[in-house]
Design a protein around this ligand. Structure first.
Ligand code: MOS
Length: 696
């Protein structure tokens, strides 16, 4: 096991170091970077879902004063590699989904570019398209592998046989809708082409990982990675869609090459976000649970149907949580995909884990009722001794403590289990609980540089990202403890490929991966220079080896509680209280951690009650493609949300003992609300979101 860092700065609720520049507007985001004499892009999008462009008439657009160029598949520079079809823009006349970028107007102002883009006339050969995910499709297929490199199917024992003989069986289908990432700052970038020395590109980008952007764009653009610099010091939110570059980045790079050195700026509009930067696939999940009358599971089957696009495969890992969550002798999980004429789905907060845990934890609530058991007691009875998937011991599995501590704080013991009986002033009241889990990932490929300055401060450099999560602050605290100095003498530098390599802010892996590299660099620095370094002293380091981690299963856990009231007349659901109790290893910054967790829970509330992207099958586009019609939880929806955690340092989880907190907050939250709605009304909703029509 690696030596665990002693905490001095870690754990403190240090205020965000970037808070002041953010609230005063001084923080410079991608689109606002000061560049000289920029041009502005506005894309042209396809108005059909499948077919071929026969005519692209840009003459009216080109005639507008201030338009510099219109790029189409006929005149855009050629790209070098088509492995990623999402990034293969303006290279041929094919349309694969509605809203696909088929051209871009380059102009002296954003207004001119947008106006001129409307003047482009496109004619198509329209081909039949297919955008509907249904369980009865005959073309569902098993992908080779699902997201995060997990197996597509797993089987142990004979689940059908066990279900046939189980005294209590739950067999239901749960669905989650398509959802779209909507960070406060939409995707945006500035690209600058420098023709000197064989050419190079600078990209200011709103991204969760500058090195990811460089690594993915380099082969597409036919450039050596070192010729691309990506800069991203501040990011206004990213829930997965900014975890990879998308087509708009390529559009900007193509345009930058054409305009000969002038910077080009591209801000994806809120409406365009609903077609071009990925989304959460809809899911259709069948969960079958077989149990004894005592609630002990004997069989567990979880099968998911999801969609992907015909051009790129992305398979969300929705049933993987059922492989490790509860003990059962006979188990089965699977994923099947339909390839449709839709944009490629991609990451959205807790991909797989979020939809899978929703279905699994509502099914557990149904099992508790069928067995006449308290839902917390049911979960306690099904705790596995070791990880059911790998047979390894858990590094730390404190789910029962989370449930019991949550029950105490929430007042669970006063709960009357009978559904649909508490009517006060026209509102039916209920409470619900669900478990949460998230795997701890450690990304390989992180390096950090530490340099001591003549001002007595330590410059700590790593190309990490702060997407609003608190990296600036928490990574500073880690560096301080690793060097055994106060946080105020740390000067952190992040968000630039000129800094040492770092992995994506994703999979709840960012801070623990980057922080481990910073610890590695700090140890190398102290080994080489001792506690009294000379100015200019420096060292680089990487993540310390941790072979002990191979011997255990590393997962975070949590218990989510919700209290709702439902209008008996209208079916309107109000969430009065949410409480999450989490076991996540060490918490690096108590303030930003709480913010992350309650942010995740709020996103879970949003998914439970509001979020759904509605596709019109006739045209293949998302109808509610703005924040006026795609509803997300707003302040008035969030009355009392609190998150607490168990005091813990996981010695298997690297030098900080932290397992990561970015995603577990959203996991289980919608199930807790749906279970509370059932407790309030006696109506079991299995299809998210819980809109009033499903309750009246
Ligand atoms: Mo998160 S969806 O892994 O960026």
């Amino acid at each position: 096991m690696t030596e665990t860092l002693r905490a001095n700065e870690m754990g403190r609720p240090l205020e965000r170091l970037d808070g002041h520049v953010k609230v005063t507007g001084e923080a410079v985001y991608a689109y606002e970077q000061p560049v000289t004499d920029p041009l502005y892009l506005h894309p042209v999008q396809s108005t059909i879902a499948r077919g071929r462009i026969t005519t692209f008439d840009a003459s009216a657009a080109e005639a507008v004063e201030g338009v510099v160029a219109v790029l189409t598949h006929e005149n855009a520079p050629r790209l070098a590699a088509d492995d990623d079809k999402e990034l293969w823009v303006l290279q041929d006349d094919r349309v694969h989904y509605r809203g696909q970028f088929i051209g871009v107007v380059v102009a002296e102002s954003l207004e001119i570019a947008r106006y001129a883009a409307d003047l482009v006339r496109v004619e198509y050969d329209r081909w039949p398209h297919d955008v509907e995910l249904r369980a009865d499709r005959d073309d569902l297929y098993a992908p080779d592998v699902v997201n995060a490199g997990k197996e597509t199917d797993t089987d142990s024992g004979d689940v059908d046989e066990a279900l046939a003989h189980a005294p209590v069986v739950i067999d239901h289908t749960y669905t989650t809708p398509m959802e779209h990432n909507n960070p406060m700052e939409p995707h945006a970038c500035i690209a600058i082409w420098d023709a000197e020395n064989g050419g190079g590109l600078t990209l200011y980008d709103s991204t969760q990982g500058v090195y990811v952007v460089r690594r993915k764009l380099a082969p597409v653009l036919g450039l050596e990675p070192e010729r691309i610099r990506v800069v991203s010091p501040h990011v206004g939110g990213g829930f997965g869609s900014k975890g990879t570059p998308h087509a708009h980045n390529v559009l900007a790079c193509l345009a930058a090459r054409v305009v000969g050195g002038r910077p080009v700026k591209l801000a994806v509009t809120r409406q365009q976000m609903f077609a071009v930067v990925g989304y959460r696939t809809p899911t259709i999940q069948r969960v079958r649970l077989g149990a004894g009358t005592d609630g002990r599971l004997v069989a567990l089957a979880h099968d998911a149907i999801e969609q992907t696009s015909r051009i790129n495969e992305f398979a969300e890992q929705s049933t993987t949580v059922s492989r490790m969550m509860y003990a059962a002798a006979d188990r089965h999980t699977s994923h099947r995909l339909a390839a449709l004429d839709v944009p490629p789905p991609f990451w959205m907060r807790a991909p797989g884990v979020f939809p899978g845990m929703y279905a699994a934890e509502v099914a557990m609530d149904e099992l508790a009722l069928a067995c006449g058991l308290d839902p917390i007691e049911l979960r306690v009875r099904n705790e596995p001794g070791t990880d059911p998937e790998t047979g390894k011991p858990f590094s730390s599995r404190r789910l029962v403590e989370c449930l019991r501590e949550g029950a105490r704080l929430f007042g669970w013991e006063r709960r009357d289990p009978e559904p649909g009986t508490r009517l006060h002033d026209g509102w039916l009241e209920g409470t619900g609980v669900a478990a949460a889990t998230y795997p701890r990932e450690l990304m390989p490929g992180n390096h950090a540089l530490i340099r001591y300055g003549s001002d007595g401060c330590y410059q700590v450099c790593i190309a990490a990202a702060d997407i609003g999560t608190g990296t600036w602050t928490a990574l500073t605290q880690i560096a301080a403890d690793a060097l055994e100095v106060p946080a105020k003498v740390i000067r952190l530098e992040i968000g630039d490929t000129d800094l040492p390599q770092a992995t994506v802010a994703g999979g709840s892996s960012g801070l623990s991966s980057w922080g481990s590299a910073v610890v590695g660099a700090a140890r190398a620095f102290r080994d080489r220079h001792g506690p009294r370094p000379e100015p200019g002293a420096e060292a680089t380091g990487t993540v310390p080896d941790n072979p002990a981690a191979e011997k255990v299963a590393l997962h975070s856990f949590g218990a989510q509680f919700a209290e709702v009231r439902v209008s008996a007349d209208t079916g309107e659901v109000r969430v009065r209280r949410m409480l999450g109790v989490f076991s996540v290893g060490r918490v690096i910054n108590a303030r930003t951690a709480r913010s992350q967790l309650i942010g995740g829970m709020t996103m879970g509330l949003s998914a439970a009650l509001y979020e759904q992207s509605v596709v019109d099958p006739r045209f293949g586009h998302v109808i509610d493609h703005d924040l006026a019609t795609y509803h997300i939880a707003a302040n008035a929806d969030v009355q009392d949300v609190d998150a607490v955690w168990l005091d813990e340092v996981d010695p298997f989880a690297g030098p900080m003992g932290a397992r990561g907190i970015g995603e577990i907050g959203i996991v289980g939250a919608p199930a807790a609300i749906v279970n509370a709605v059932h407790h309030a009304t006696g109506v079991r909703v299995r299809d998210l979101p819980v809109t009033p029509d499903k309750l009246v």
